[in-house]
Design a protein around this ligand. Structure first.
Ligand SMILES: Nc1ncnc2c1ncn2[C@@H]1O[C@H](COP(=O)(O)OP(=O)(O)OP(=O)(O)O)[C@@H](O)[C@H]1O
Ligand SMILES: [Mg+2]
Length: 453
């Protein structure tokens, strides 16, 4: 949640005219409250003088208005942004929040990491906004244990009292979410206590995301090597057989060479997919520049894969909308997306099954917005619900044996996902076991004004 949204006042019902006027008066009054005493004195003087000397009505009225503002400003009125910001500031800095902040507090606020200043009792003197994001319960004046009950943190702070350098410790937290936070505890200056100045600074860095990425990278390399090693092991086995026992067996040799060729093809496909994925990932932040018509791409892919579908005794039909559906996109990439989806429908669909590619305009979201949709639906065995959220992960397969048997590398939907992200589209997968699966992608449609062919 951003600072701004957290501090935004709650929505209220529309006030009537007089209420609005009163609230404005009260607000203005509260803005003047720091000069309340001086203003009250001036107002009383003005009123008295005006009443005594010649009864200049406008002067008296002005005096009463200022008094009314001050009185209204003291009443219970809605807090505005300034008040809420001041409250957050008071939590961070303690009761002195209204005073001009000390320069060390300003320095702490400017530190990019989450940081907290402690006094010699290890109570919180001040903390910056990043710390509040990490530990929402932080309050000035409270002990450090308020942030984290982790005993390692306390040990590190005690160690830092006598240590000559910063003490770094990893904190593993389980609640409210699992995370790894690195804390660096540094004593400021010598060991003597200086009034009003912090004794220690503790800075924190949340390493959870970094760990997750490192884990994903390690998993990816392990998976990729495993996928390559399997056909490689099979190739080596056949080479050895052909060099040895099957050397003079022409029938076995032909059969083995056929298998070896399909294994080599599988390795080539895997490397092509890995390269394709890395190319797409590299360009994911570059918005596509071309313009394409989803109707045209649907018809093109159906025609290109018709023979492959026919070989599996399947039929592809295309449902097009009236007129072109133009989106901003890279045609080659959208063709690749549709080809992957239709290939899957052919591979995992049923014999004599039917595949439909549909391009249409739909109303989506709330409030409903018109969007361009392309969907590939099959009437195959479907996918069990527990697999759906993970299908776009690299190397994830709902049915490992079926995928391997059909030469799948488990990268097709990961490539689809990245291309869709690059196109600022949205991939939705729905499936009913025994009935079939539908893979839909929603895009922003280009208005007719911007469309060019
Ligand atoms: N239309 C579908 N019907 C049933 N299962 C599907 C369908 N599409 C995908 N799946 C399941 O999702 C898994 C992941 O698909 P993905 O396209 O990423 O990999 P793959 O098809 O195994 O290999 P690749 O596409 O890289 O050759 C598949 O292994 C399959 O289990
Ligand atoms: Mg696939």
């Amino acid at each position: 949640m951003t600072e701004h949204s957290r501090l935004a006042p709650p929505p209220t019902t529309t006030p009537s005219g007089p209420e609005r006027a009163l609230a404005a008066l009260a607000r203005a009054g509260r803005r003047l409250r720091y000069h309340r005493r001086a203003l009250a004195l001036v107002a009383v003087l003005f009123s008295a003088l005006a009443l005594l000397g010649g009864l200049a009505g406008w002067l008296a009225a002005a005096g009463f208005v200022v008094m009314a503002m001050i009185v209204a400003g003291r009443g219970p009125v809605d807090k505005d942004d300034d008040d809420l910001l001041r409250e957050a500031e008071r939590a961070r800095r303690g009761p002195g929040a209204d005073r001009e902040p000390d320069s060390w507090r300003l320095l702490l606020d400017a530190v990019p990491d989450a940081a907290v200043a402690l006094d010699h009792n290890f109570n919180i003197m001040h903390f910056n906004a990043r710390l509040e994001e990490l530990f929402p319960k932080a309050r000035a004046g409270q002990p450090l244990s308020q942030l984290s009950r982790n005993p390692e943190l306390n040990d590190a702070v005690e160690k830092a009292v006598t240590a000559n350098e910063a003490v770094v410790v990893d904190l593993y937290e389980r609640v409210p979410v699992e995370r790894r936070i690195s804390a660096t505890v540094s004593r400021i200056g010598g060991r003597e206590i200086r009034r009003g100045l912090p004794f220690m600074i503790v800075s924190f860095r949340d390493l959870t995301e970094q760990d997750k990425l490192a884990q994903m990278r390690a998993d990816f390399i392990a998976n990729a090597s495993h996928e390559l090693r399997t056909p490689l092991a099979s190739l080596r086995g056949f080479v050895e057989t052909l060099q040895g026992p099957a050397r003079d067996d022409p029938e076995a040799r032909d059969r083995f060479l056929g298998i070896m060729s399909s294994q080599a093809n599988r390795m080539t496909r895997l490397i092509d997919d890995l390269l394709s994925l890395s190319r797409v990932e590299m360009r994911v932040h570059l918005p596509p520049r071309g313009i394409l018509d989803l109707n045209e791409v649907a018809a093109y892919v159906a025609q290109a894969l018709e023979p492959v579908a026919a070989a599996s005794k399947m039929k592809i039909t295309v449902t097009r909308s009236d007129g072109p559906i133009r989106i901003r996109g890279d045609r080659d990439e959208i063709v690749q997306v549709l080809q992957n989806l239709v290939h899957n429908a052919i591979k995992y669909g049923r014999e004599n099954g039917h595949i439909e590619i549909a391009a249409s305009r739909v109303l989506d979201g709330s409030p409903p917005q018109p969007r361009a949709l392309i969907a590939v639906a099959d009437d195959g065995p479907g996918i069990a619900p527990e697999h759906l959220p993970r299908l776009t992960e690299r190397f994830y397969r709902a049915n490992v044996a079926a995928s391997r048997e059909k030469g799948g590398t488990g990268l097709g939907l990961a490539i689809v996902k990245h291309i869709v992200i690059r196109h600022r589209g949205e991939l939705r997968i729905s499936s009913v076991v025994g009935k079939g699966s539908t893979f839909s992608i929603l895009f922003d449609e280009l208005g007719t004004g911007t469309a060019r062919t």
